[in-house]
Design a protein around this ligand. Structure first.
Ligand SMILES: NC(=O)c1ccc[n+]([C@@H]2O[C@H](COP(=O)([O-])OP(=O)(O)OC[C@H]3O[C@@H](n4cnc5c(N)ncnc54)[C@H](O)[C@@H]3O)[C@@H](O)[C@H]2O)c1
Length: 250
């Protein structure tokens, strides 16, 4: 019960890594607001995870919705200990082939979303004497990836923002770190597998590219969030924890 009596907001918690993190946090004793732009999926997640969770509809790229999310956390818990900024997505494309609208949306969700949720969470955490923020970067914040220009730029920004936030709020007793996952089977890849002509071959090629010859599972990334959200990481701030089966090392 490493998060006993702790309260958490997890964005993008209705699927994939965010959902696995919510499930693990509940098992570790936390109460969790499952925030997602897909309310129906957030509701379903909460039905499955039980009474320690509540759903909240929020598009993290919209300031007013992020503010309402943190107000809901205050109303529900009276305090906020942990914010997991996990909502994010990617799209194929280099700087030539990526539409400006796609670039704007990726930056709005992946970077501005982290910024805005933190903007409204920090004052609440300060009121309670401190807290922990864990952002979601990607191992592509450290290594290049072909044909994902907007996504990679957004995740590099998340890693940089994490370091800056850590220094800004160290005196407020708020630690800020990020997790950098490698390729992890989530609903994003489930959707891709449904769309490609040969899902089995796609999966084989993806696995073969990884040093461990397999992709990660959302639960394996969730444990990194747990470490950074718990007091076990009390001396860590401004850091990036890479969990990618060795892909960055290769
Ligand atoms: N899966 C991977 O291989 C991988 C690798 C590195 C980093 N990441 C990062 O991990 C995070 C989670 O990814 P995932 O693979 O679990 O994704 P996913 O698509 O399985 O789940 C993402 C969830 O976020 C929600 N969401 C998307 N945009 C939102 C918005 N604007 N506001 C609120 N909710 C929103 C979606 O509705 C969904 O429920 C993302 O930030 C992603 O970039 C994933």
């Amino acid at each position: 019960m490493r998060l006993k009596d702790k309260t958490a907001v997890i964005t993008g918690a209705a699927a994939g890594i965010g959902r696995a993190t919510a499930a693990l946090f509940v098992r570790e004793g936390a109460r969790v607001i499952v925030a997602d732009q897909n309310f129906e999926a957030a509701q379903k997640t909460c039905d499955e995870l039980g009474q320690a969770t509540s759903p909240f509809a929020c598009d993290v790229s919209v300031a007013a919705q992020c503010e309402l999310l943190m107000r809901a956390a205050e109303a529900r818990f009276g305090r906020l200990d942990i914010l997991i900024n996990n909502a994010g997505f990617g799209a194929l494309g280099n700087v030539v082939t990526t539409d400006e609208a796609v670039l704007d949306r990726i930056l709005a969700v992946n970077v501005k979303g982290v910024f805005l949720c933190s903007k409204y969470a920090v004052p609440l955490m300060k009121k309670g004497g401190g807290g922990v923020i864990v952002n979601t970067a990607s191992n592509t914040a450290s290594i290049g990836l072909k044909d994902r220009a907007a996504y990679v730029a957004s995740k590099g920004a998340v890693a940089a923002l994490t370091r800056s936030m850590a220094l800004d709020h160290v005196a407020d007793n708020i630690r800020v770190n990020c997790v950098a996952p490698g390729v992890t089977m989530s609903s994003y890849f489930d959707k891709m597998l449904r769309e490609v002509p040969d899902p089995a071959e796609f999966r084989r090629v993806l696995d073969a590219r990884q040093p461990m010859r397999r992709t990660g599972k959302p639960e394996e990334i969730a444990y990194a969030f747990l470490y950074l959200a718990s007091s076990e990481s009390s001396f860590a701030t401004g850091s990036m924890l890479t969990v990618d089966g060795g892909a960055t090392a290769e």
